[in-house]
Design a binder for this molecule. Sequence first.
Ligand SMILES: Cc1cc2nc3c(=O)[nH]c(=O)nc-3n(C[C@H](O)[C@H](O)[C@H](O)COP(=O)(O)O)c2cc1C
Length: 310
Amino acid sequence: MMSITTTQIGSVSLPSYVFGASGPNCTTLEQLQIVGRSDAAAIMIKTCTLEYREGNPEPRYVEVPLGSINSMGYPNLGYKEYLRIIPILKEFKKPIIASLGVLKASEFPTLIEAFNTADVDFLELNFSCPNLTGKPQIGYDFEMTDSLLKELVPLIKKPFGIKLPPYFDPVHWEQAATIFKKYPIGALVCINSIGNTLIIDPETEQPLIKPKGGFGGLGGDFVKPVALANVRAFSQLLGDKMSIIGVGGIKSGMDAFEFLLCGADAVQIGTQFMKEGPECFGRIDRELAEILKRKGYKSIAEAKGKLKPL
Ligand SMILES: Cc1cc2nc3c(=O)[nH]c(=O)nc-3n(C[C@H](O)[C@H](O)[C@H](O)COP(=O)(O)O)c2cc1C
């Protein structure tokens, strides 16, 4: 029987609504096999770069009651190793999503060409990599976003989405949407961590994480209202043209339902996956299914974007 939470991102069908966000617990083959065996709707892979990266010194990820802060520095095996791993992941028979990240925008074509012929179902271009030295993240530079999409879109042979940083101003949502609607983008993934935040421990009088003087990306409960607003804003501007994937602070089926009301076609789990492990995917999806049934919705499509005016 088809699950009530069956959904679609771009042209790719998903057996359920919930899967992992790129980053948490999806770097090594062993971690990806654990995701494969879980109830996650898809196997999402850690953002990969041209070369292997050790990442930043530890502590670089710390959990607090309301979420997490991290400055991982993109530790990953390098894209060639993921090209080797991907065929091994096919045994799980679920969609596989690769996330492509760069230190310089000029690195994207090599990655795209390599993954065009890989057995992945969807590509997530990470436009919210905080590691471009001396430049804002791509997603915060609209000229760069537009020129890069213009250059890259003709090269991409797979369904693809872009992972976006959070925006906080309606003008930015509108400017970004004006650019995105020119291209055949399958999905917007909203949001990456809220960048460059600081959590300190007043007892030790130190920041919680070591890299960048303690500045890092925020996830978890802290970011959910920001993520909801980004999903809602882009869904209203572009929801008829592309899928919107919600990510940020989702811990329960009720959180996922809130994202669905705001227009999300699927959701990803980051911090809660770190805290709870792979059981979170099935649990959150089952909780969502219960909520839909209780409220009389028969499908994801029926509830999608149905936030009511006050
Ligand atoms: C430890 C850690 C590593 C992350 N690494 C990546 C990454 O490699 N690529 C990416 O697009 N986002 C990365 N993120 C951001 C998450 O994918 C997600 O967008 C963010 O944490 C918000 O979701 P959450 O509140 O469920 O954690 C990372 C987050 C965490 C906590």
